[in-house]
Design a protein around this ligand. Structure first.
Ligand code: 9MR
Length: 867
């Protein structure tokens, strides 16, 4: 049966309710009646989730379309069991009563065998019925008492034995009776939870222990050989409201030696193994960006760039059975022209392309590059031409910009053409007329594609991205940059002329609705981008008069596709412009305040997570909200260099990479226990083993308290917020991938890789200068500069000296400083752990002293005397 994928159809609710009232169960409350209904043993019997877990014999290809399974039954088979549609793992209990029911048709009269049986020899059946089918959909129902007890039974529709080929269609299969399946228990692995990929040598290193112990317990850190290299005691934290788990914190930040295969043991449990190394985020930077090439529409995905298993033909170029996207009509009554909207990125596991969501995604990919142009510790060469496996390599343009352009061109194509009533606005989206099932490769999608009405939100996304495109492409392709800016300014004008055209929240068949009825933030974002690109006072007036300019846009829940003011604010704070010092300070302070809030959040959370939405209502795609909060922290770090912001970024990564209540890394290919069955029509290995799992670097949406899809609803009812996730391809509400979730993943991986590796490490040649900057009767401030004068990077530096007088350090910045007697040790902060040859690091100390306290004259760096 066709499902309404995102929301129940309110029109259907009324008749259902009326039926329930018309047949009252005297004295039995509805909930009890429901509870007494025998247990359902078949999964996805209405095919709302596509094919799985149904299977078919190879000679009988079956697909699900519009929520009905249809199979091409071959001719010339001898026995019923020569062609089968079935479902395994059916539990049966001997002596219990069951009812098998289904609806079926045959394209020509045919007799099939409907069996409930053992899935392997001797294939003993509990039910075997010969059923005559015709063209008219008929419901069949059979009751039986099982003579079998098994956990591995099977429902099998044996459709072979015909001389001629025919088509078998099946729907609404149900097997009720027996015992309810056991409640779902997630496999949360060892009770010691770590970042399963690893930690930066100079970064914070926290882990969690789930335990009922009220007292601290001892922990041990072991290297790959099992040698204990560090130990300590945990700090009990009580019950974590996001998971209802009682946890302890383990802190081994002081251990800085690099290596692979470390484990942490506490309370008799040993963690998944992890590394300590500086380049942890290097491959993630490119993998997370490669995701976008995989998602490209309208072009072949070539094995040269992705390997054989991820290669596929071009999708939606109007080659049969595809119907789009070269000449796409509007939904009936919406417009009378067609547009070529081929290209762009598929939004997610579906084949829709949405301007709203596509806009923020393109913006964050563009910003991944733009940040490297302006942030102190970033190097644009890391994202330059040749850095990604894309066909545009070697064209002299940074690959990440090539990738973004693929989407920007699509966004531009969604603009309503000149001469039309809404010229300059952007169509909200293009997608299939009906939802398709899984698996389904893009080039095999037979659905009609349609343009949906223009919306103000889409138009402003186009304006914002067009403006950002113009300034980034100006030096690579002036014509394209000019086209981007023209489209952006036209879109801005059209949005001002039509400021309240909202996408219909019920327009969610065949694609997501992405509706948003507050576009004041889109106006703010677009005005900010247009101002940054053009410097025009007109746009500044729009920015400064917006309610968002003075508001706290860095909320607990974070920004996302429907609330984008933060994007404007972040770029105003970081992209060079004509802003006066006072105005720049105003926006930078806002970013820093937002980051301070997220630091406070992380410090208060059991898993140090910089995300705590009101009521812990983890939203659809919560992992991207975590990442967007990390983007704010990272930007504040770029602006201030303050270590607390970098630390909160790193503990955010810990959560995403496995140190969380489910002990699950949400990034495919990263960590021991990673998400790998995300909802996707091609990367559908869970449904068809000939298809791949998602490629490395694909982010799962993550815990979602709404659990809107049937798989989540069935398995996760009553879940604690951070546990509302299941790595099942059917769970589109907790386990999909999307371009707007991978975009902040890429931004953050790029930032963190810069933080950890784009700067120095260490050799033996160095100088340290200690300069007293100011002193007063009983205090002083001194700046220390450590320079690497050798040829090798100086990693994880520690500077040490002895005071000759009575100086006592009371505070320090840009280094972690401790003092024992006269001996002072200053360790590099997480974000500045390496000093390249020819480079230096600076930090400062403030302290007390009482006259006649000369500054120190000799120093060591990493134990080696330094001039
Ligand atoms: O990410 C979107 C989320 O914020 C919304 O709450 C949800 C329901 O409207 O839709 C999500 O977006 C989905 C889109 O509608 C269709 N493509 C897949 C997206 C991720 O699940």
């Amino acid at each position: 049966m066709r499902r309404s994928r995102r929301r129940p159809n309110p029109n259907l609710l009324v008749p259902l309710l009326a039926t329930a009232l018309a047949v009252p169960l005297a004295g039995v409350p509805a909930s009890v009646a429901a509870a007494q209904q025998p247990a359902e043993q078949v999964s996805n019997g209405d095919f709302a989730e596509g094919l799985p877990p149904w299977w078919h014999t190879e000679n009988t290809p079956a697909t699900v379309l519009d929520g009905t399974l249809c199979a091409d039954v071959p001719g010339d088979t001898a026995n019923p069991w020569d062609a089968i549609i079935g479902q395994n793992d059916i539990a049966l209990v001997g002596g219990e009563s069951y009812e098998l029911s289904f609806t079926a048709t045959a394209s020509v009269p045919a007799t099939i065998s409907a069996n409930v049986q053992l899935a392997a020899e001797p294939y003993t059946s509990a039910l075997s019925e010969r059923v005559a089918l015709g063209a008219e959909a008929t419901q069949f129902s059979y009751s039986f008492t099982s003579a079998l007890t098994t956990d591995t039974g099977q429902v099998a529709f044996q459709v072979g034995g015909s001389a001629e080929p025919w088509t078998f269609c099946l729907d609404d299969v149900s097997l009720r009776g027996g015992e309810a399946p056991p409640p779902y228990e997630p496999d949360t692995g060892p009770r010691v939870r770590v970042n399963q990929v690893g930690y930066l040598p100079a970064g914070p290193k926290h882990a969690n222990l789930v335990t009922d112990s009220a007292e601290p317990v001892t922990w041990q850190l072991a290297d790959a050989d099992g040698t204990v290299v560090d130990k300590g005691t945990s700090s009990p934290q009580g019950v974590d409201p996001t998971s209802n788990q009682s946890t302890h914190r383990i802190d081994f930040s002081d251990y800085r030696r690099g290596g692979a295969g470390y484990t942490l043991t506490a309370d008799g449990e040993t963690s998944h193994p992890f590394d300590i190394r500086a380049d942890i985020y290097s491959s993630l930077r490119t993998d997370s960006l490669a995701f976008f090439y995989h998602q490209r529409s309208g072009v072949e995905i070539e094995p040269e760039y992705v390997g054989d298993s991820y290669a596929r033909p071009a999708g939606h170029l109007q080659m049969p059975p595809n119907q789009g996207d070269v000449e796409v009509p509007c939904q009936p009554g919406v417009c009378d022209y067609t547009l070529d909207v081929s290209g762009g990125w598929y939004d997610a596991g579906d084949h829709g392309k949405y301007v709203v969501n596509g806009g923020i995604s393109a913006a964050q990919v563009l910003s991944t590059y733009e940040r490297t142009l302006h942030a102190d510790r970033a190097d644009p060469a890391r994202l330059g031409d040749g850095s990604l496996a894309v066909p545009e390599q070697g064209n002299g343009v940074p690959d990440v910009l090539d990738e973004a352009r693929w989407q920007v061109e699509f966004l531009l194509s969604m603009q309503v053409p000149t001469g039309q009533e809404l010229a300059g606005m952007a169509h909200h989206k293009v997608h299939d007329e009906n939802w398709t099932g899984l698996p389904l490769l893009p080039h095999e999608d037979p659905e009609r594609r349609e343009l949906h009405p223009a919306s103000t939100a889409a138009t402003l996304n186009l304006a914002a991205v067009g403006a950002q495109c113009a300034r980034l492409f100006a030096r690579y392709d002036a014509d394209f940059a000019a086209r981007c800016l023209r489209a952006a300014e036209t879109a801005w004008g059209a949005a001002k002329a039509h400021p309240a055209r909202y996408a219909d929240p019920d327009d969610g068949v065949g694609g997501g609705a992405y509706s948003d009825t507050d576009v004041t933030d889109e106006f703010y974002w677009a005005a900010a981008e247009l101002y940054l690109t053009t410097g025009s006072g007109e746009y500044w007036t729009e920015v400064s008069s917006s309610e968002h300019h003075d508001a706290d846009v860095f909320t607990d829940g974070g920004f996302g596709w429907a609330s984008v003011a933060a994007l404007g604010m972040l770029n105003l704070a970081t992209v060079p412009s004509e802003l006066s010092a006072e105005r720049l300070t105003f926006v930078r302070d806002a970013v820093v305040r937002g980051a301070q809030r997220y630091v406070a959040t992380a410090n208060a959370e059991a898993y140090d997570l910089p995300y705590a939405p009101a009521g812990y209502d983890y939203v659809w795609g919560s992992n991207s909200q975590v990442l967007n909060n990390m983007v704010v922290l990272a930007t504040a770090h770029d602006l201030t260099g303050r270590g607390e912001f970098a630390d909160a970024v790193l503990t955010g990564w810990d959560y995403l990479l496995g140190r969380n209540p489910l002990n699950r890394s949400y990034v495919t290919g990263y960590g021991e226990h990673d998400a790998r069955n995300q909802h996707h029509r091609f990367w559908a290995n869970q449904l068809d083993t000939s298809l791949p799992n998602p490629p490395a670097g694909s982010l799962a949406g993550g815990p979602n308290t709404g659990i809107q899809d049937p798989v989540a609803a069935e398995h996760l009812a009553g879940c604690a917020p951070a546990l509302c996730y299941i790595d099942d391809i059917g769970s589109w509400a907790t386990n999909e991938v999307t371009i707007n979730w991978n975009a902040p993943l890429a931004w953050m991986a790029s930032f963190t890789d810069d933080l950890a590796t784009a700067q120095p490490p260490g050799g033996s040649s160095c100088t340290v200068s200690y300069r007293v900057q100011s002193e007063w009767a009983d205090g002083f401030v001194a700046e220390v500069v450590v320079a690497n004068t050798g040829t090798a990077p100086m990693r994880d530096w520690t500077v040490a000296w002895q005071y000759a007088g009575d100086q006592r350090v009371t505070s320090a910045w840009n280094a972690q400083v401790t003092q024992a007697g006269r001996a002072v040790t200053a360790k590099s902060p997480a974000w500045n752990g390496t000093i390249e040859p020819g480079d230096s690091a600076r930090f400062g100390v403030q302290g007390t002293r009482h006259g006649g306290s000369p500054p120190p004259g000799s120093f060591t760096v990493n134990g080696v005397p330094c001039g």
